[in-house]
Design a protein around this ligand. Structure first.
Ligand code: KIV
Ligand code: NA
Length: 277
């Protein structure tokens, strides 16, 4: 009923209706972001960092993505679900890329896969699309290869790199991708790319001129208190809120305030009398 489709996302771009992409990694998060009206839900390989405690997305495996994608698609009602292809699951050769992307679609139920890279991945994207798998591109800061980019920093500040990112975005579109994520690029560059492309652009740290926006679930909710990237706005102090609730439980178990009378089950006094005291 009223499911999001790729043509509808294109229409949204044409009409200037902003596309809302959320991330989710499991069933309860999917229920929350769909309840919040997500158009597209990304099961990002950021799962490695926000749910598995890894330092980067590099060690994330296809098996991890399959489990998280399946948990998310089980709760889908309306949103289009995109699953990230993890590092080295699509770079070795295109046959392997089709096989791995195909598992995310067939076994885990995603509507599309996302992979990082522009001109260097043009042939792979074309092969996947030809095989019948919708692909979302991802250019600018590409976390799987951040070491080569000099770390987690804005990309495209100088003319050479800016031109390269534009070419990457155009290569992704030419290859048949249905959408492209622009990560950590200057707002005017993202705006220019958005104007030149027919496919929707989804920004993260790319300014308000993109066709849509994405932020990581845990960042929106302020789950982690240690570090917040410049491009994040926290909409709740979730870490504090949840921490306080958990502390209340701890305190009440220790004091005996929980459980209350009302949380227990009664027993007929007749039955109790039959039992040894
Ligand atoms: O893995 C992820 O969450 C992403 C988004 C930040 C675009 O790729
Ligand atoms: Na990702």
């Amino acid at each position: 009923k009223d499911r999001m489709t790729l043509p509808r996302l294109r229409e949204m771009k044409v009409r200037g209706d902003r596309i809302v992409m959320h991330t989710a990694y499991n069933a309860w998060q999917m229920a929350l972001v769909e309840g919040a009206g997500a158009d597209v839900v990304l099961v990002g390989d950021s799962v490695g960092m926000v749910e598995h405690g890894l330092d980067s997305t590099v060690p994330v495996t296809l098996e991890m993505m399959l489990l998280h994608c399946a948990a998310v698609t089980r709760r889908r009602t309306r949103a289009l679900v995109v699953g990230d292809l993890p590092f080295l699951s699509y770079e070795v050769d295109d046959r392997e890329a089709v096989r791995n992307a195909g598992r995310l679609v067939k076994e885990a139920g995603v509507d599309a896969v996302k992979l990082e890279g522009g001109t260097s991945r043009e042939a792979t994207i074309r092969t996947l699309v030809t095989a019948g798998i919708p692909v979302v591109g991802h250019v600018g800061l590409t976390p799987q290869t951040a070491v080569q980019l000099g770390g987690f920093r804005v990309q495209g500040k100088d003319a050479g790199r800016a031109r390269q990112i534009l070419e990457d975005a155009e290569a992704v579109q030419r290859a048949g991708a249905c959408m492209v994520v622009l990560e950590c690029v200057p707002s005017p560059l993202a705006e220019l790319i958005t104007r030149r492309l027919e496919i929707p652009t989804i920004g993260i740290g790319a300014g308000g001129g993109c066709d849509g926006q994405v932020l990581v679930f845990h960042d929106i909710l302020g789950i982690f208190r240690d570090f917040t990237p410049k491009f994040v706005r926290r909409y709740a102090e979730g870490g504090t809120l949840l921490g306080e609730a958990l502390q209340s439980y701890t305190r009440e178990v220790r004091s005996g305030a929980f459980p209350g009378e009302e949380h227990g089950f009664s027993l007929d006094p007749e039955v109790l009398r039959e039992l040894p005291s």
